[in-house]
Ligand binder design. Structure first.
Ligand SMILES: [Zn+2]
Length: 209
């Protein structure tokens, strides 16, 4: 069963505050050469989804085994996930910079929303109901469902105004700024914040010499 997103704790790897942003952040620097990709292959994609807490260990094992039997379909699912990832990054990066989202990014995302919502269900919980997903049956594209839902939810939420892109020179990570005075500039102060401070320090020293 794919677990719903939301209410996750931030860690060093998952600084986005939303599943869709953490997914975009699996590329360290979009548009920059030699940017690292945390999802080089299907196994890495399954492992990442497990680490982010969207699937249980048993489902990860089931997906690994079905992916190895249908390598071609698994690679196609990953390629599709990466095109959605680029669209998600493109949209939120534009919005964070105060620009309109590109029409082609929105079209890519909306095609994925339509496909994803066909698998959405409501299921009883306690006295009421919650959003859920149909059983994935070992389908790899199911890994994308909660990510697409998370992107649609964030786009339609007031938190959209709090989406930021890291100010690090070679970093494109996105996050929701939940700081009280909305002054967070870095994906992670310890990583990009320090790196930028060090670079400024060296530039000042150079000028002083
Ligand atoms: Zn950063």
């Amino acid at each position: 069963m794919i677990v719903e997103s939301g209410g996750r704790e931030m860690t060093a790897e998952f600084v986005g505050g939303r599943l869709c942003l953490d997914f975009a952040n699996t590329v360290h620097a979009f548009g920059v050469e030699e940017s690292g990709d945390d999802l080089p292959d299907v196994s890495a994609w399954i492992a990442w989804t497990r680490r982010v807490g969207a699937i249980a260990a048993s489902e990860a094992r089931q997906l690994e085994s079905s992916a190895s039997k249908q390598a071609h379909a698994a690679d196609a699912a990953l390629a599709c996930a990466k095109s959605v990832r680029a669209a998600v990054y493109g949209m939120f990066s534009s919005i964070a910079a105060g620009r309109a989202a590109r029409a082609d990014d929105l079209a890519t995302l909306n095609a994925s929303v339509a496909e994803t919502m066909a698998h959405a269900r409501v299921t009883p919980k306690g006295d009421g109901f919650v959003w859920a997903w149909e059983d994935s049956g070992g389908r790899l594209d199911a890994l994308l469902w909660p990510i697409v839902r998370s992107a649609a939810d964030l786009l339609a939420s007031p938190d959209l105004a709090r989406v930021r892109e890291c100010a690090g020179e070679t970093c494109s990570w996105l996050f929701v700024d939940t700081s009280k005075n909305q002054s967070r500039r870095w994906c992670d102060m310890k990583v990009c914040g320090n790196r930028s401070k060090v670079a400024r320090f060296h530039r000042r020293r150079k000028r002083a010499n």
